[in-house]
Design a protein around this ligand. Structure first.
Ligand code: ACO
Length: 430
């Protein structure tokens, strides 16, 4: 990084020379860390519209070009050439694994797929009809009560083991959440299967009969996991980093990330999108809903459309659209009602001035919900699958932050708009 260039900011007679810093690719940043000391002023940027909150070498997005790179590799290449654990290794370690490294990594992950037996009893405390994300926030947070032996965040070995534990156990926990909700027995992991095939086995297998996951469907789910594995400093990742900046343990941090992901403007969008398609119900109602989405006085939005960063197209959406067709073809569901409705909605929105001028394109969630539904995953669990995949990115980002010597506790400031100092009048005199 170079810091020779500066930006000059003058305000009310005070001048601050601020270093301009370049990364390897992407916009330069103005380093404003000394701004308050030099001018007595803060910057104001709710929603982080112009603020880089950290340095990171993991994921790069060019929203205008519709480009997503994990450690420099385009998502389009990773999605067709690699499986999820290869991508997880890459995101975590910075390089793609060779065969030996891959075998060691997958063996290591598989050795941690079981959860502490007592954790299964922890589930009994939840109502059967609880939302899976509510259960996941609780159970993942509770992992810190089960794995004390890897909680020292200053110990690189502990950080590594916690990371492996989280990546390995999330599929087991997500599947247990599903099984608990439908009243079926928990299935122990099968380590002879791939990461994703084992997840499908734990979801859809029962002790009563043999279940062999369909390889086409396994590949589709694996692709969903790859596409959701990381997305630089999005809301949930920033939540994980902020929680971790205080020194909180990784299980607690990932639990906070899951809580943030749940929101419909973020990971909850795929569930919201499917619910929206159900609400629209039929191709004949599409125009009415497009009209509502455009109406400023109506809170209805086209879920699965728009993105804070991608203002051209979401590269993950393209891959997911293709996967959607493969899955529906494999299952003979090409005439699926919701898929047809989704296609009609997409076509009309892509031609509509409102959506075109605001650069609102389908995002990954628009299609991933349809694929997951076809795989037999209940709508309420969609965001849980997203959390499973994103755990890889969250852990890599958390580890990067902890290892960064410049890391400080995250402590934003504010523009105070409340009452100025005033005196308390005792209760009887008010
Ligand atoms: N339907 C209708 N109008 C929309 C939509 C939408 N889906 N998304 C944005 N707009 C409009 C806004 O009303 C706003 O209009 P205005 O300029 O007249 O005020 C304009 O487009 C800009 O939108 P913002 O909300 O300011 O854009 P922002 O970058 O803050 O939000 C977001 C992006 C949250 C994704 C938004 O587009 C949205 O809510 N989409 C639907 C939810 C969704 O699909 N989320 C998934 C994100 S991807 C992911 O998390 C994996």
């Amino acid at each position: 990084m170079t810091t020779q260039r500066t930006a000059t900011l003058s305000v009310e007679g005070k001048t601050a020379e601020l270093p301009v810093v370049s990364g390897t690719v992407g916009p330069d940043v103005i380093d404003i860390r000394s701004l308050y000391a030099k001018t007595g002023m803060f910057t104001f940027d709710p929603g982080f519209m112009s603020t880089a909150a950290c340095k990171s070498a993991i994921t790069y997005i060019d929203g205008d070009k519709g480009e997503l790179l994990y450690r420099g590799y385009p998502i389009e290449q990773l999605a067709v050439n690699c499986d999820f654990l290869e991508v997880a290794y890459l995101i975590k370690n910075g390089e793609l694994p060779n065969k030996t490294e891959y075998d060691e990594f997958t063996t290591r992950v598989k050795r941690h797929t079981m959860v502490h037996e007592q954790l299964s009893r922890f589930f009994q405390g939840f109502r059967r009809d609880a939302h899976p994300m509510a259960v996941l926030v609780g159970v993942v947070g509770a992992l810190s009560a089960f794995y004390h032996d890897s909680l020292d965040i200053n110990n690189p070995e502990h950080r590594m083991i916690s990371g492996i534990r989280l990546i390995a156990k999330l599929p087991t926990i997500v599947a247990m959440t599903y099984k608990y909700g439908i009243g079926q027995p928990f299935m122990y992991p099968r380590n002879d299967l791939s990461y994703t095939a084992n997840f499908m086995y734990m979801m859809f297998g029962t002790p009563c009969e043999k279940y062999e996951p369909n390889p086409v469907l396994v590949r589709a789910l694996d692709r969903i996991l790859i596409l959701h594995a990381d997305h630089e400093q999005n809301a949930s990742t920033s939540t994980v980093r902020l929680a971790g900046s205080s020194g909180a343990n990784p299980f607690a941090c990932i639990s906070s990330g899951i809580a943030c992901l749940w929101g419909p403007a973020h990971g909850g969008a795929n569930e919201a999108c499917l619910n929206m398609l159900e609400q629209i119900g039929d191709v004949s109602h599409v125009n009415e809903y497009i009209k509502r989405a455009k109406d400023k006085n109506d809170s209805f939005k086209l879920m699965g459309f728009g993105h804070r960063v991608y203002k051209n197209f979401d590269p993950r959406a393209k891959l997911m659209q293709q996967t959607c067709q493969e899955v529906l073809g494999e299952l003979g569901l090409e005439n699926d009602r919701l898929f047809k409705l989704a296609i009609a909605l997409e076509k009309i929105a892509l031609e509509d001035d409102y959506f075109v001028s605001k650069k609102l394109y389908p995002n990954v969630d628009f299609y991933s919900g349809i694929v997951q539904r076809a795989l037999g995953i209940p709508t309420q669990l969609f965001t849980g699958i997203f959390a499973l995949a994103r755990t890889v990115g969250w852990m890599a980002q958390w580890t990067e932050m902890i290892a960064d010597p410049e890391q400080k506790i995250g402590r934003p400031r504010q523009l105070f708009t409340g009452a100025q100092t005033r005196d308390v009048v005792p209760l009887g005199q008010r």
